[in-house]
Design a protein around this ligand. Structure first.
Ligand code: F2R
Ligand code: MG
Ligand code: MG
Length: 323
């Protein structure tokens, strides 16, 4: 049990909102570049520092944020992950224009047809999905349980298993949730000690492949490497193993600077919306929502479940934590 309550409640509220809005912002910034290589992004666009036009408009979100909203809603209503309710909410919130992963599409279809939540993930892959879909939405679990890392792990696992049951899909979600929780516990006015942060993550991470990737991130952080090298070494793909460690790297490389961390994440190419979303969640949990550039926040969609709604979800989660 690892309990650390904050006395600066305002700071913690901003961290809750930062984790959720960081997911949203990174997702929206990266989405227009999803599938492009690091080299193509560098040559064609340079550094990505503005919300550019996208399929649903500049500043719009994808499946990453839509699923994160569903998870945050369930936590705000129940105080914990209720898997049946989560399955129902993911189906209810589903918008096919948001660009879901093929496996998740099949799972959500099965759930809609009435397959029980603990059977539906088999609709995608017999051995379960190892995609990053469970990790990309996990920020609410990380901030809400940052004071109790054992509980955080349990909550991350159950939330992942509604769609992703492959050990690598589950472990990736747990690792990202832990990283969000640890980031929330760091002092927002201080830089994070990268080596210590990675060591702490490794205590909890059981899968050798993830531990190897965290060791690799540690080595890479020692000096500058271009985004193409980072993408080759740590990955920029849609699997959890080849995207969660890359996001942790981007957060730590430019830690203390939300804009640089998330811009670096998008520059890796490949799964840019998701690596952007996961990096944004980490930087937002550490620095708080006020660290997100105002011009990025202003550009975010603000319809029925848009910017104001997600900010309010962050506040509701914080109230649950306070209780
Ligand atoms: N799907 C996308 N992007 C491409 C389409 C967007 C397009 N640009 C558009 O505009 O419409 N992005 C979203 O999907 C990723 C999250 O995926 P998720 O939810 O984990 O889905 P899935 O299908 O379960 O896993 C992703 C892929 O990983 C491979 N894979 C997973 N498990 C596997 C297994 N057991 N064996 C073999 N391969 C496995 C497959 O290739 C899956 O399709 C995010 O990027 C999100 O933004
Ligand atoms: Mg997406
Ligand atoms: Mg993606």
């Amino acid at each position: 049990m690892n309990i650390k309550k904050y006395t600066l409640d305002k700071t913690l509220l901003l961290k809750f909102q930062g984790a959720l809005m960081g997911t949203f912002t990174g997702d929206a910034l990266g989405m227009p570049f999803e599938g492009l290589s690091a080299g193509k992004i560098a040559r064609g666009f340079g550094r990505i520092e503005d919300m550019v036009e996208a399929r649903l408009g500049a500043g719009t979100y994808t499946d990453d944020t839509e699923m994160m909203i569903g998870l945050a809603e369930i936590l705000a209503e129940h105080g914990h992950v209720q898997p049946q309710a989560l399955a129902g909410r993911l189906v209810y919130n589903f918008n096919g224009d948001r660009g879901y992963g093929g496996g998740s599409l099949k799972v959500l279809r099965a759930l809609k047809e009435g397959v029980p939540w603990d059977q539906a993930p088999k609709a995608a892959f017999a051995e379960g999905s190892m995609g990053n879909g469970a990790a990309m939405r996990i920020a609410p679990v990380g901030v809400l349980n940052h004071h109790d890392l054992e509980q955080l792990e349990k909550e991350a696992e159950i939330s992942a298993k509604v769609t992703h049951t492959h050990p690598l899909g589950v472990e990736g979600a747990k690792l990202q949730a832990l990283a969000v929780g640890l980031a929330a516990k760091e002092d927002s006015k201080e830089r994070v000690d990268s080596a210590r942060f990675l060591e702490e993550l490794k205590i909890y991470t059981k899968e050798t492949s993830f531990n190897n990737a965290l060791n690799c991130a540690d080595r890479l952080l020692a000096r500058y490497h271009d985004p193409e090298t980072i993408a080759n070494e740590l990955g920029n793909e849609v699997t959890a193993l080849r995207s969660v460690p890359a996001s942790i790297y981007c957060f730590l490389k430019f830690n203390g600077d939300f804009k640089k961390s998330v811009s670096e994440a998008v520059s890796l190419g490949g799964d840019t919306d998701t690596i952007g979303a996961m990096t944004g969640a980490l930087a937002g949990a550490h620095l708080g929502v006020n660290a997100i550039p105002a011009e990025w926040l202003d550009a975010l969609e603000n319809g029925e479940k848009g910017r104001d709604y997600v900010m309010e979800l962050g506040r509701r989660l914080y109230k649950i934590w306070e209780q």
